[in-house]
Design a protein around this ligand. Sequence first.
Ligand SMILES: NC(=O)c1ccc[n+]([C@@H]2O[C@H](COP(=O)([O-])OP(=O)(O)OC[C@H]3O[C@@H](n4cnc5c(N)ncnc54)[C@H](OP(=O)(O)O)[C@@H]3O)[C@@H](O)[C@H]2O)c1
Length: 203
Amino acid sequence: MRIGIIGSGNIGGTLTRRLSALGHDVTVANTRGPDSLADLASETGATPATPEEAVGGAELVVIAVPLRAVPELPDLDGKLVVDANNYYPGRDGRIEAIEGGAASSRWVADQLPGARVVKAFNTIQWSHLLEHGRPAGEAGRIALPVAADDAAAKQVVMELVEALGFDAVDAGGLDDSRRQEPGTEVYGADLDADRTRTALTSA
Ligand SMILES: NC(=O)c1ccc[n+]([C@@H]2O[C@H](COP(=O)([O-])OP(=O)(O)OC[C@H]3O[C@@H](n4cnc5c(N)ncnc54)[C@H](OP(=O)(O)O)[C@@H]3O)[C@@H](O)[C@H]2O)c1
């Protein structure tokens, strides 16, 4: 797949490494510009770019930025967008819609009209995403919840999660993604698929 990644930090850099290694055609962007991405590009074979360029030809766009930066992102109308982000008011400032009870991914979708938003990768620490992928069927394989309103988009992302070495668990629609946010039982817990399903159901 042609994959654009916006954000080259802990999560964006990790997904650039892992998705490039799987053979995907990855373009990566940040705020500081393509020159700042030279080392990551030469390590992974990914193409350094501006955010607009990363979005342009992409079949799937990962956004891995501080949540407060989402309204500054390029037009993502019609794109499959993977929202790996979390809301931390201390970092992001107070976002009233989320404080009022909206899932942070619902707020993200509201900022990106026409995007098919899928919540994934927000629950796992970046170093575990980098190193703890395992073959399907291996005991203790970590599960990652995937939530979206668009079933086809969710299926694409669930397959990507599996290819990266994690069990993909259907976590329902975008509003259900509150059950995988910071402070929930699945967050940062590296649970297996059964325990993830139980934790999501009881959340
Ligand atoms: N750290 C984790 O283990 C982890 C796990 C799961 C989810 N998350 C979530 O994933 C998101 C990213 O976390 P992180 O730890 O990867 O953050 P990070 O290391 O601080 O990286 C953030 C990246 O976003 C880029 N960025 C910021 N504003 C931007 C904009 N307007 N346009 C384009 N790029 C922009 C930054 O660009 P520059 O490099 O130029 O500054 C940087 O590359 C957060 O929402 C976080 O809560 C983090």
